[in-house]
Design a protein around this ligand. Sequence first.
Ligand code: TRP
Length: 443
Amino acid sequence: MAQREHFSGRVAVVCAMAGSAIGLGNIWRFPYMVGEHGGAAFVIIYIAATLLVSLPVFIAEVSLGRMSRCSAVGSMSKLRPGKKFWKGAGFLPFIIPLLIASYYSVIGGWALGFLFKSISGQMVSTAPEAAEGLFAQFQATGIQPITMHLLFLAGCSLILVFGVRSGIEKFSKLSLPVLFFLIVSMAVYSLNLPGSDGGVRYLLRPDFSQVGPSTFAYALGQSFYSLSLGTGAIITYGSYVRREENITSSCIGTAVCDLLFAVLAGFAIMPAVFAAGIEPSAGSGLIFQSIPYIFSSIGSAVPALGVVMSIVFFLTVVVAAMTSQISQMQVLLDVLQEKTGIGRRKGCLILFVVLGGLGCICALRTDILEGCDFLCCNVLLLIFSFLIMVFTGFVLGKERVREEITNSGIIRFPEKLFDVVFFLIKWVAPAAIALIFISNFIL
Ligand code: TRP
């Protein structure tokens, strides 16, 4: 068998995982979640949820991947051979990425479509009052969302062909700094708009009256989604991590990047939304329906600035969505190659055809897209991450986990700290996931 590729080092691991994590979840979902659930109060709960629950899940997923050195589908049955249950559970990290990758690419396509609109100047030449209608117009053509989805998917497939090291790693190492630069420019610009202080207050003022039991569920759900947990993506990337890498610090590095990016995106978007007098809780349409208004109004004053800022913004969205999409496709490619032994190129082509076809349904029907999103994020993702935690905590057990995260005792990990981490893995995380799962259906 061919030698499995490896990421070249810690920086590469963090860039690739952060590339998977940073995406539409940070740019549109996070700011709007913050607004709906108590501003800064939500951010505090979000950070706590990330540290206490998501981080242990993250560490468990990377460890599982590195221990098994195989696809997410095979990892659990490889580590616990002969048990039908775990073999069956391995089905989930095939179904989930298949669903997510097909509709995520459609949203990536929307962003790409809007990037073209920005480049052609249409974003700026549309009157501000009509800008909200751009999305509906784009959608109504039918052909545009499909073409853009296929184009976006083709770009991702192409990078995937180059492999883990020269494709994913190179692209992520390049795109991560660019993304940070772009989002910081957007934030600086937004914060200087007249009337932007409403947005800053919205993000920073804690409103504890809005915090209820469901806030915790939303905060944890957002944290999972944002870190790409529970889909097999992180297990798969874990399987490409070298033996001598420090898993814990790579996971912490990734979580910090993701959080930082989410906060920056909040500061880039919300002040602009307020300055333009737009309702901040527009949800999934927020960036596509209200952000064009901002660029169009800038453009009516200074056309060139409107064009440049809109290109910067949609380029950020496209690049961020690409790295996330690629991670999802790598999960599927691994499974495909493992099961059929086909080559990388052919695998990428098959993925392009299958995902392209499935995505067309979502490109035409946003209600189906939203249904898929709900099914994945609120149901399947939670079930799978719950199983991962039970597997790690109860089936693998403390000693094997210690072996893995200390690299067989080479990395010094204080005993007490390890006890805490393992307690979080075995008890706190599964309990929290189960609670969110239940709260989905009763709150
Ligand atoms: N983390 C991604 C984002 O913030 C969304 C996402 C969730 C994802 N699960 C995933 C992306 C799995 C790729 C693979 O946009």
